[in-house]
Structure formats: C-alpha cells, structure tokens
Design a protein around this ligand. Sequence first.
Ligand code: ADP
Ligand code: MG
Ligand code: MG
Length: 208
Amino acid sequence: MDNNNLVKTINSIAKVIKENRAYLTDLDQAIGDGDHGINLDRGFSAIVDKIEDLNDKDCGNILSTIAMILISKVGGASGPLYGTAFMRAGQIAKGKYSLNNEDGLAMFDAAISGIISRGKASRGDKTMLDTLIPAYEAYKAGVEDNLDKENLIQNILVAAKNGVDYTKTVAAKKGRANYLGDRSIGHQDPGATSSYLIIKTIIDNLAD
Ligand code: ADP
Ligand code: MG
Ligand code: MG
C-alpha cells in the first residue's frame, strides 16, 4: 500500500462509516448512549474535508493528521481511542511512502497497544479490542506462515468477525455498557463492530 492508496482507503472508511451510521448508533442505543455511529461519522466526515491536502504526504503524516481530527471531532470514548490508534500507527509509518506487511504488523501492534494504554481494557471486556486483537493475531500468524494474500485476508476477516460475535456472549467490563452489567450480554458491542468495518475496508482496498 502506498500513500495514495492510504488516502483512498481512508476515504472508503469514511464512506462505510457513513453507510453504517444508523446501524452503529442502534447498537450503541442498546447498551450505551446511542451515539457511536454519529460520533464516528462526524470525525470521518471532517477527515474527508481535509483529505485532498494529504495526497502527497507520507503515510505517517497522513495517519497523524487524521488521528488529530478523530481526537478533536469524535469525542466520547471512541474518539481518543481510535485517535490514539491512528496516531501510534502513524509513528511507525513516519517518513514512509509505501507500507509492506512488516510495517502493517508493526502499525497494527502499536495501534492496539495505544488503545490498551489509553483505555485500560483487556481482551474479553466487550470492546473494540475483541475484534482488533484476534485480527492482529490472524494477520501475524498468516504472515509467519507465508499464506497467500487470499487466505491471509480470509483468516483476518474470520478472526475479526468471530471477535464481533464473541462480544454478544459476554458482559461489558469497560465503557458505558459496563454500567449494565450482565444486561449487556446478548448485545453486540458497537466499537467492536466499527473496528470490524474499518478492518474490512482496509482489506477490501488492499485486495483491489
Ligand atoms: P461513548 O461510550 O463515550 O458514547 P462511543 O459510543 O463512541 O463512546 O464508543 C463506544 C465504544 O467504545 C464501545 O462500544 C467500546 O467498543 C469502546 N470502548 C469504550 N471504552 C473502552 C475502553 N476503555 N477500551 C477500549 N474500547 C472502549
Ligand atoms: Mg456512545
Ligand atoms: Mg457518548
């Protein structure tokens, strides 16, 4: 993936978030305050307004610029968390105009560490991490096993999707849904869902 591809991918993410704005918001209505889709769409729409300026920048610059926009526009829990994730990924991509799997793995790892250090959640707490960590593990294992692109993509998507489904089976330990205790069981986590949509969109752009 090169810097122009990255800009294109971010545009695609913004589009997918807009298309899923009501869906993400409905999920958050059930176990939170009903704003997750609205929050993310606000942030990604602001990114789209700025994205033209980013076309010739390096990948690190692009990612840290969008991280700042997410932090300032999204708000709630997810804004600082996704903002930190993109910021950390951007630090790894600093000065690079193209990214390979080694970069991708290091960026994904840094993004997850950023979310954990900011939000203090663990895998299994019914958050975005329940999608991101299994997806990262599938990506890492697939690269180590030299999987071809098609199988690598498939494994990552299955792991991410299973992570989303897993969130339905547990009670939330972090975020607003935590106030519901066991009443959050049976509901799919909105942040885990948006993370799945983001991963799927990145992969769809890589597959093109
Ligand atoms: P808010 O709950 O402040 O309204 P959002 O609705 O935008 O924020 O985002 C909620 C999502 O954020 C949750 O579904 C969950 O996935 C994620 N989340 C909340 N707290 C944490 C945390 N401490 N660590 C990781 N993810 C979290
Ligand atoms: Mg919310
Ligand atoms: Mg909120």
